[in-house]
Design a protein around this ligand. Structure first.
Ligand SMILES: Cc1cc2nc3c(=O)[nH]c(=O)nc-3n(C[C@H](O)[C@H](O)[C@H](O)COP(=O)(O)OP(=O)(O)OC[C@H]3O[C@@H](n4cnc5c(N)ncnc54)[C@H](O)[C@@H]3O)c2cc1C
Length: 471
């Protein structure tokens, strides 16, 4: 292909840069349509911000962060179905069910009374929520009805806490339901987070069919869940996968303002008919031609901010809760998951150390702290102390002993999901023709999640297919 040309029908070649969820969703969608795809990933392994490491002492795959999905992740499950993820690979609830523990171990149950259309089950679940006063529950019920009638929606630029106060949500209901939902889906403090994005979550998960709000937890490591099946799918369709291959910048034709290919870190250049940039926003900015970096929309890529997530992985002598996971109210740690219960495997054994054979190595917990601005700079010992204090203060029964502990910090886990950032998210099309944005940060109308990444990847693939030569 020469610079500025269009592809000859049937020869369209697409470069997908970045092998996270967005890149893999885009690449597999294109490969499914018979397009020639080349995938470029700077890291030695694919998966980006949703991937597994191996930690021997933890006895299996450890993910960079425990991921919780929802049944309403339509594009994510479309992607999973394409690459053949079996249903046994994740645990999907029959109806929404979450136990929220308060300091001292008292539990509030957030649930849906079975799977009903039009939120009947969720309403019944709300009505029987214990330890929350009836007036708070009735106001939440009324608020749900108002939202379904198109009333009470957030103003543009409004933040979550002022919105919920304005529509009469009690501080108790915010404490046990709204704030945990905000932390989990927007990765940000409710005082700072964009209310419009929480509204998008409500619309998708809570206002239509009750089944949409069900939680989904992977039963295998993230790489086994979707990364390896994606790579197998791509290889089987003749796609080329370049790992450990950083792209240095996008090539373009300055006359036509068209993307023409990629310059790689090793000095080589490759021509393509379309490019999907499935990268974090600051990376897209750095790879753009210098002349474009200061142009209005491209410049915004540098100003989406970021919000951290810290994950703990720990082996403990006993799990202090029943069930697969618990949420924690007003706590530095937001969720704790019993990994081996979820995976359906028995904890490994280890040498007892006294020559008496093999002993129980402890059970594996993983804990998530969203919007972890206050903890992300603390060292491992300090973080272990935080975790031990939470185990002491939020649970009842004999003390829980931590036998092994690791903290994984993702400083830029997501963009900052504040009103200022929300106004700066860009669409699929870039300032270069033939170069498309993908990634969870793209303006999908959703928070930056796996679902947003899959949706953005699919949208970029569709946009590439609309180019001349791809019909
Ligand atoms: C700890 C943690 C917990 C999370 N929990 C949840 C959750 O519970 N539920 C949920 O829905 N979402 C969750 N998320 C968010 C979710 O993981 C992300 O939204 C999603 O993985 C983003 O995918 P992506 O493809 O947009 O970006 P990325 O995964 O960042 O992919 C971009 C890829 O581009 C590569 N790259 C960068 N520069 C170059 C270059 N120059 N050349 C080539 N390749 C390059 C990177 O190595 C990376 O692989 C969590 C995120 C984290 C970090």
């Amino acid at each position: 292909m020469t610079s500025g040309s269009t592809a000859t029908p049937g020869t369209g070649r697409v470069a997908v840069v970045g092998a996270g969820v967005a890149g893999l969703a885009a690449a597999t969608a294109l490969a499914a349509r018979g397009v020639q795809v080349e995938l470029f990933e700077s890291a030695p392994a694919a998966g980006g911000r949703a991937r597994s490491f191996e930690y021997d002492s933890m006895g299996g795959a450890v993910d960079n962060g425990q991921h919780l999905l929802m049944a309403c992740y339509r594009e994510c499950f479309e992607f999973f179905a394409r690459i053949g993820v079996p249903e046994e690979a994740y645990l999907i609830q029959d109806a929404l069910e979450a136990t929220m523990l308060e300091r001292g171990g008292k539990a509030v149950r957030v649930s849906s009374a079975g799977r009903w259309p039009a939120s009947v089950g969720l309403a019944l679940g709300l009505l029987r929520m214990r330890r929350v006063g009836l007036p708070s529950r009735l106001r939440a019920l009324g608020f749900g009805a108002a939202l379904r009638a198109g009333l009470g929606r957030p103003h543009k630029g409004e933040r979550v806490t002022p919105w919920l106060e304005r529509v009469g949500q009690s501080s108790r209901m915010r404490q046990v339901f709204w704030d945990p939902l905000c932390w989990a889906t927007l990765n940000e403090k409710p005082e700072h987070a964009d209310a419009g994005l929480l509204m998008a979550v409500l619309r998708r998960a809570f206002l239509d069919a009750d089944a949409d709000a069900r939680l989904v937890v992977p039963r295998v490591g993230l790489s086994e869940l979707y990364v390896e099946p994606s790579l197998r799918y791509l290889r089987a369709r003749g796609a080329t996968i370049h790992l450990s291959t950083p792209v240095r910048h996008f090539l373009h034709d300055a006359g036509t303002q068209r993307a023409t290919g990629l310059a790689l870190r090793d000095g080589s250049e490759r021509e393509f008919d379309a490019i999907i940039a499935a990268l974090p926003p600051t990376r897209v900015h750095a790879l753009m031609p210098e002349a474009l970096r200061t142009q209005e929309s491209t410049a915004l890529l540098e100003h989406l901010g970021s919000s951290p997530i810290v994950n703990f992985w720990a082996r403990v002598d006993r799990i202090p809760f029943s069930g697969d996971f618990v949420g924690l109210v007003d706590c530095p740690v937001h969720w704790i998951f019993a990994r081996e219960r979820i995976e359906g495997r028995t904890p490994p054994q280890r040498e007892s150390g006294q020559g008496t054979g093999r002993a129980h190595a402890g059970e594996l917990l993983t804990a998530t702290i969203s919007g972890a601005h206050d903890l992300v700079e603390r060292d491992r010992e300090q973080l272990q102390s935080v975790f031990e204090a939470v185990l002491r203060e939020w649970f009842v029964g004999p003390p829980v002993r931590v036998l092994e502990f690791r903290a994984i910090k993702e400083k830029s886990a997501t963009i900052a999901q504040t009103p200022a950032t929300q106004a700066r998210r860009l669409g699929t099309r870039s300032e270069l023709r033939g170069l498309f944005h993908a990634g969870d940060w793209v303006d999908t109308g959703l928070p930056a999640t796996i679902e947003s990444a899959a949706q953005a990847g699919h949208a970029a693939a569709r946009a590439a297919l609309e180019l001349p030569g791809f019909e």
